[in-house]
Design a protein around this ligand. Structure first.
Ligand code: BGC
Length: 853
């Protein structure tokens, strides 16, 4: 038996945490039926034992909370876990974590800000943004350094340098948060970059999200100037310590980046050096919103060399990376001094291979060469792209271009492959959209809005969890969601909620007679859905505890709104008061057969008639389940209310004839969620089949109903139709996209016409990638029966049109693996879990091990 994968707060050896840690580990063994009988956690620091949790008889091996005395600031702790199994074995393993600043008073650094004149960028006007500012500090290291930790943060987005070298390879520190409440600081190990004698520390600060008009944060005291805070904590080999902190003696200047917008792009002029250094000013930003970054950073996670370079019929140089990704390119420059090069990033070409901007906005970087060969990469911006149009380069060569994927670092947890290359490609596309839309926060797309749309992750969270360790990432985002919840309980359509989307929410609310922003069904529900799925997939009850109030306040908002406001249909008040049927909603959103809304959202109304009541019910019903998990007294209230909401949907909407007759989603959701009254079951099932047939076997569901479509078909015993929809290759369908060269998941099913004509849309939205979760449960056949996959069922679908299929998933307990062919099955069950395997008509109850049938 081996103990592996030790994690603290789901991170491997985190360098600077300020939250109370919890621990996880995996058990590996060649033996079968291994169960953990007990564990013991012991923690030490340099001075000796800190905590001995004692031998705990338990099968828990994840989210095991630290229970010792308060942890000290800036301290490295070693932890050791010993595990006893049910077969007389025991084993131990060790890991460590470091605390950051556990008490505000331990901040030695002072906030300082730029004194350089600054213009403010005009919204959406390329090139109007101010230049980034370089803050510098010179200092002397007098003795040999044993360890060095730099803690830093900024208003703006910064790159930290020590003696001209980047402190690490992260991008976009301090990440995108609800800045008026939460600002992360970062911890770097910079011992290797320091030298005895004179040293220099630099922080180069671009506008980032904070100053970008498109992502302008709400409220709080808005800073006008880029500001930084840092402290370098040195421990010398002789045991003495010294802290070098920002104190107002720093200087600031501009550098080669002439302007920069995190979304639109930036211009770098290599002929410019750094400007004249100016003094800085003290800034009064306080320490009360500072938190150690609780998740791994955005990093360059993959390098992709260009796959082709060609001249379009219009004479443009186009570089193709063969894959849509989020990030930017590293480009070899050999041009003569003063040559201006333009790089325009884009997602899809015109039919003839020429440049096409599908985004209503630029994604453009400009570089002015200084005559010396170099590798250029933009500093403070990112793009969603597969192609670059290159202007001004004498002889661009394929080998000059490498794309860099920028995404929050996350451990891989999933793999899928099967005998149908198109389905395997679909899975790859899903994974790419997941990577491309998790840069600091979960976004809608990496090229257009790049906003933390709550609806998109509400749909996709479960799929995300089945593919990567997103626990720190989603936990971080949920803390921001809680910060953005209004006093009334409204959870906004984006988190962080920015000025642009607050205005949009307000406009929409007012159009529906409300005075302040109102909750949007399917979007705000992320407040409940995301923690709930984290709990289901990983057994994370901690996240339910932490966000219990946020979830409650969202559900109470729904219940209150339903109770107070009468809907459009003449219904008895005792029914109507349980229907959330007022206010603005996006409805199902993007239903293929519905004409474009033209921006007025008029089309959303029709599907909102069932979306709001059903999603409202769904959240309250989940809330009841969550209250039960946590043994909270409100459980009965939420369960009772959910039942009344269900009853109101059945009587007021379904029996009352108040459902739109011809929208597929109006049948899909009630069937999938078990809402159809007995006497209507056949009618609803028949109608869904009929609608599907009339639509040529193609789906006609939008954002919010698509995740339930294949389940609804399974529920009415039409597995044949579920498979037909999945394997459909007429438009709209998943495989149409694959057949038409998609390398990520499109926002619109009609992203490209059959003849290859592209459309104004995003080619990189993960929402419809949620079908992976259905494939996981049905084609691979892995169903989670107890939170965290402590018990699971394997029931492959060998009659699917596949010769073989392989799916693996690294659960909290270790790897689950299913590989089947028409005649064989291999299942890996991780230690400390059990499974029921269905194969050829027989059920097998098994413990951990590797089983072949
Ligand atoms: C985004 C979506 C989002 C929607 C709702 C779109 O522009 O790209 O994914 O959820 O707006 O407003």
């Amino acid at each position: 038996m081996n103990i592996t994968n030790l994690r603290t707060l789901h991170m491997s050896e985190p360098l600077g945490i300020d939250a109370c840690p919890y621990f996880s580990w995996h058990i590996e063994s060649d033996a079968e039926n291994v169960l953990q009988e007990a564990y013991q956690i012991m923690i030490q620091d340099d001075e000796g034992d800190v905590w001995d949790g004692g031998e705990v008889e338990s099968r828990q091996q994840s989210f095991v909370a630290y229970g010792g005395p308060p942890l000290k600031s800036r301290t490295r702790y070693q932890w050791r876990v010993t595990v006893w199994d049910n077969q007389g074995n025991h084993a131990s393993a060790e890991s460590w974590f470091e605390t950051a600043i556990m008490e505000r008073g331990h901040w030695a650094g002072k906030w300082i800000e730029s004194t350089l004149p600054r213009r403010s960028g005009e919204p959406y006007r390329y090139g109007t943004q101010p230049p980034p500012v370089l803050f510098t500090k010179a200092f002397c290291v007098k003795k040999a350094v044993q360890s060095a930790r730099l803690r830093a943060t900024a208003y703006g987005t910064y790159i930290a340098y020590v003696n001209g070298e980047k402190a690490d390879d992260r991008a976009f520190a301090p990440e995108h948060t609800v800045y008026r409440n939460i600002l992360y600081y970062q911890t770097y190990d910079v011992a290797g970059l320091l030298k005895k004698g004179d040293n220099a520390l630099g922080m180069y600060v671009g506008d980032g999200w904070y100053f970008c008009p498109q992502s302008q944060p709400l409220g709080g005291e808005r800073r006008e100037m880029p500001a930084v805070l840092f402290q370098l904590e040195l421990t010398y080999t002789d045991g003495t310590t010294e802290t070098i902190a920002s104190d107002g003696t720093e200087q600031c200047c501009t550098g080669p980046v002439v302007f920069s917008d995190i979304f639109r792009g930036e211009k770098q002029d290599a002929t410019l050096g750094f400007g004249v250094k100016q003094p800085v000013k003290a800034a009064d930003c306080g320490y009360q919103h500072l938190y150690a970054q609780p998740m791994p950073p955005v990093r360059p996670m993959r390098l992709m060399p260009a796959t082709s370079i060609y001249r379009s019929p219009k004479g443009e140089w186009i570089v193709d990376f063969g894959q849509l990704l989020c990030g930017r390119a590293r480009i070899h420059i050999r041009e003569s001094k003063g040559t201006e090069l333009t790089f325009e990033y884009f997602e899809a070409t015109q039919k003839d291979g020429s440049y096409f901007n599908s985004m209503y906005a630029d994604q453009k970087d400009i570089y002015i060469a200084d005559g010396s060969p170099c590798e250029y990469e933009a500093c403070f911006t990112f793009h969603g792209f597969r192609y670059i149009r290159v202007t001004g380069m004498e002889n661009p060569a394929l080998s000059d271009f490498t794309a860099v994927l920028l995404t929050s670092e996350k451990e891989n947890a999933g793999a899928f492959e099967c005998s149908d290359e198109r389905l395997s490609r679909l899975y790859k596309n899903i994974r790419w959209s997941q990577a491309n839309n998790m840069l600091s926060i979960p976004t809608d797309c990496p090229s257009r809005e790049r906003a933390g749309f709550t609806g998109d992750i509400q749909i996709y969270a479960r799929t995300a969890l089945l593919n990567e360790n997103v626990t720190p990432f989603l936990s971080s985002w949920l803390a921001n969601l809680a910060a953005d919840q209004t006093d009334e309980g409204v959870v906004p359509i984006t988190v962080p909620l920015t000025k642009v989307y607050e205005n949009l929410m307000l406009r929409n609310a007012v159009a529906f007679g409300d005075e302040t922003i109102t909750g949007v069904a399917g979007w705000g529900d992320a407040a409940v859905m995301v923690p709930y799925q984290m709990y289901r997939v990983t057994g994370n009850t901690r996240i339910l505890e932490v966000h219990y109030d946020t979830m409650r306040r969202w559900c109470d908002y729904i219940i209150k709104t339903a109770g107070e406001k009468r809907g459009p249909n003449p219904l008895p008040p005792e029914i109507d008061r349980y229907l959330w049927n007022t206010g603005f909603h996006f409805g199902e959103w993007l239903i293929p057969s519905q004409p474009e809304s033209g921006g007025d959202f008029e089309i959303c109304k029709q599907s909102a008639a069932y979306i709001a009541p059903i999603f409202g019910y769904r959240s309250v019903q989940m809330m009841a389940e969550i209250a039960a998990v946590l043994a909270r007294p409100e459980q009965a209230y939420y369960e009772g209310t959910a039942n009344k909401m269900k009853n109101a949907i059945q009587i007021g909407l379904m029996c009352g004839g108040n459902m739109p007759e011809e929208l597929m989603g109006a049948y899909v959701l009630p069937i999938a969620l078990g809402l159809v009254p007995e006497q209507y079951k056949n009618r609803f099932g028949d109608k869904l089949v009929d609608l599907l047939k009339r639509n040529g076997g193609c789906l006609d569901t939008g954002f919010l109903a698509t995740p339930y479509l294949l389940d609804a078909l399974m529920k009415i015993d039409r597995r044949d139709l579920a498979l037909q929809v999945l394997w459909q290759d007429k438009q709209p369908s998943w495989l149409f996209e694959v057949d038409h060269g998609a390398t990520a998941i499109w926002e619109s099913w009609f992203g490209m016409a059959t003849d290859g004509t592209p459309k104004m849309t995003s080619y990189d939205h993960y929402a419809f990638g949620c079908v992976d979760e259905w494939i996981f449960r049905n084609i691979a056949g892995i169903e989670c029966n107890a939170p965290g996959f402590k018990h699971f069922t394997v029931r492959p679908m060998p009659d699917a049109p596949l010769e073989w299929c392989k799916r693996s998933f690294i659960s909290e307990y270790g790897e689950i693996r299913v590989e089947w062919t028409k005649t064989s099955l291999m299942v890996r069950v991780p230690c400390n879990t059990t499974a029921t395997i269905h194969w050829q008509g027989k059920a097998h109850e098994v413990g951990s091990g590797r089983y072949c049938f």
